[in-house]
Design a protein around this ligand. Structure first.
Ligand SMILES: Cc1cc2nc3c(=O)[nH]c(=O)nc-3n(C[C@H](O)[C@H](O)[C@H](O)COP(=O)(O)OP(=O)(O)OC[C@H]3O[C@@H](n4cnc5c(N)ncnc54)[C@H](O)[C@@H]3O)c2cc1C
Length: 428
């Protein structure tokens, strides 16, 4: 007998998790099936809504002033500005004290590891003391074994970019880390578990040793920025203890992949899914589907160790990611959506998918399924592919998250709308 639920969400990134939570809030029984790790593990953990316009102007001060200027086909225009606001409020409730930024519509400017500032709508509290709008002088601390973050260079970039504060960077040895290839989680676990490490003054806890390494380099700065590795499970505690020992505020600078703030956000969302009673099945792909006589989706097929198991639901949400997550795939001369074969518009000639200018707008970055206002993917004749399928997140086309800085925001807003509508319809 097929497994049966009100709503089945396919994909466990920020779009799928939000869709499942929104559907559960409508009273639906929800199952989420996901295959591999989502983009969250690599993403910064920042929730960008819109940092730059479609034409590349920015950074934008207030994204809500600019959403209606986006093209009609943009996912934000499909769901409407009010839904983007509601989705952010929904996220604020789920994230609780772990995220900041809800006091204003304006973008915050968060320093990143390259010494640039990123316009973003919500940011982890661990980054809050580092905002570029804050005029306090700043010491950035990098580590010899972590070459991704060159603190002196990042500090000079921040100053050159006109940050309203003095920034200095130092590169130090991280107590207890000897290997150049130590994983980021190794740094975090040393601090989380207060592991004992050898120092010139004898054995000390990792937190105490790190503070003692940094303190002599402070020259009156009232805040200190570290790469985002200050603990995992006990990150708040680690930051508070370091701040106490240094006598200065402590913040994290978001890093490239893999990203601890992204992993913390993933943990937070999965805890919320568990609390909401969503059944999560991970490590297995949805590989196909079958329809009823009226053309609606009757069930999908989940590949469990080579066996195709039917999963049935009243409503489905497709949140399988874009070209990165494999929700959209490309072959030599076609781009396609692999589960339902939903229409993915693209030029016939592959040479038109790219432009020569590497910094130019790349058409393939906008590839994805195109939905109606209900977020139902449309076929080539602009009719819904299936009445009971909605799509959310990076599987949608019509936007370039990297150029606009809108990735998590689009996934959140469309996940919220697709899940909410699917949940409401299924529990009717
Ligand atoms: C390096 C990097 C940094 C980024 N930084 C930022 C940032 O600073 N701010 C920001 O706002 N955005 C950022 N983004 C963008 C943002 O992270 C993504 O747009 C967003 O996470 C996409 O979420 P999603 O849920 O739509 O897709 P994904 O996170 O890709 O999730 C899709 C999920 O679906 C699963 N799946 C795929 N196919 C199947 C199948 N057949 N069956 C079952 N499951 C399937 C995948 O395994 C995956 O778990 C960044 C992205 C990257 C890559």
């Amino acid at each position: 007998m097929a497994i049966s639920d009100d709503v089945l969400v396919i994909g466990g990134g920020i779009a799928g998790a939000t869709a499942a939570l929104a559907a559960a809030e409508e009273g639906a029984d929800v199952r989420l099936v996901t295959h591999k790790q989502s983009t969250l593990r690599n993403a910064s953990g920042l929730i960008d809504v819109l940092g730059y316009t479609h034409e590349g102007e920015g950074p934008i001060v207030d994204p809500f002033d600019r959403l209606e200027e986006l093209p009609e086909s943009h996912p934000y225009r499909r769901v409407g500005t009010e839904a983007v606001r509601e989705a952010l409020s929904f996220f604020d409730e789920v994230a609780g004290d772990a995220y900041a930024g809800d006091h204003t519509d304006a973008n915050a400017l968060v320093p990143t590891h390259g010494g640039t500032v990123k316009p973003t709508a919500r940011y982890p509290v661990s980054t809050a003391a580092g905002l570029a709008s804050d005029p306090r002088d700043t010491l950035l601390v990098g580590f010899e074994t972590l070459t991704d973050f060159d603190a002196p260079l990042a500090a000079s970039h921040l100053e050159a970019a006109g940050a309203p504060f003095a920034a200095r960077g130092v590169t130090l040895r991280f107590p207890g880390i000897v290997r150049d290839d130590a994983k980021l989680t190794r740094y975090a676990h040393l601090l989380d578990r207060e592991e004992p490490v050898e120092t010139a003054a004898g054995e000390r806890s990792a937190r105490e040793a790190l503070a003692a390494t940094v303190k002599p380099h402070l020259e009156g700065e009232s805040r200190v920025g570290f790469p985002a590795l200050l603990g995992d499970e006990f990150a708040d505690e680690v930051r508070a203890e370091l701040a106490d020992r240094l006598g200065a505020d402590v913040f994290e600078v978001p890093m490239g992949p893999p990203s601890l703030p992204g992993m913390r956000l993933e943990d937070l969302l999965y805890e919320a899914l568990e609390d909401a009673g969503v059944r999560v099945v991970s490590g297995v792909p949805v590989v196909g589907y079958e329809t009823d006589d009226d053309g609606t989706i009757d069930h999908v097929l989940v590949d469990r160790h080579g066996q195709e198991i039917p999963h049935e639901a009243g409503q489905y949400v497709l949140a399988t990611g874009g070209l990165v997550g494999k929700g959209v795939r490309s072959e030599r001369d076609r781009a396609f959506e692999p589960i339902f074969d939903c229409h993915v518009p693209h030029a016939d000639d592959r040479y038109d998918w790219f432009v020569d200018d590497v910094f130019g707008e790349q058409p393939y970055a906008r590839f994805g399924v195109v939905p109606d206002r209900e977020l139902r993917p449309l076929d080539a004749d602009e009719e819904p592919e299936f009445s009971n399928l909605r799509a959310a997140g990076a599987v949608l086309g019509g936007y370039d998250y990297a150029a606009e800085k809108s990735g998590a925001g689009v996934s959140l807003a469309t996940g919220y709308v697709a899940g909410g509508r699917a949940g409401a319809e299924a529990s009717r």
